[in-house]
Write a protein of this length. Sequence first.
Length: 129
Amino acid sequence: MLFNVPQFIDIEDKIVGPLTAKQLGWLGLAGVILLILWNFLDTQAMIIAAVVVGGVFGALAFYRPYNQSLIQFIFSSFLFATRPKIYIWRRFYDSMNTEKKTDKKIEIVKERKKLNREKIGEIAKRLNS
């Protein structure tokens, strides 16, 4: 049986033209905020607010530092700034082997092994076969 294996599963689907769903959502949210601000601000303040809101939401939609979304990058930066920088090793007792170990002392023998012609010949025969 032949099955179609999807390729490019790490690339988001394009919803409207070249825009993904996240990009469209960020730009739609910017449009809603600008529409609300249009009712409350005069023309000059609206232009300044439109540049600021458009820049912020444009960056959230399109800028990808280190190949991750900007909101994820900001969240990771916040976690990095608030967590301790020193790693403290913690032993996980669940994953350890719980068998009882005997207190046998292992003696290390530091004798030099002696080789004679018979042992060398036997080793040579094993290596050649």
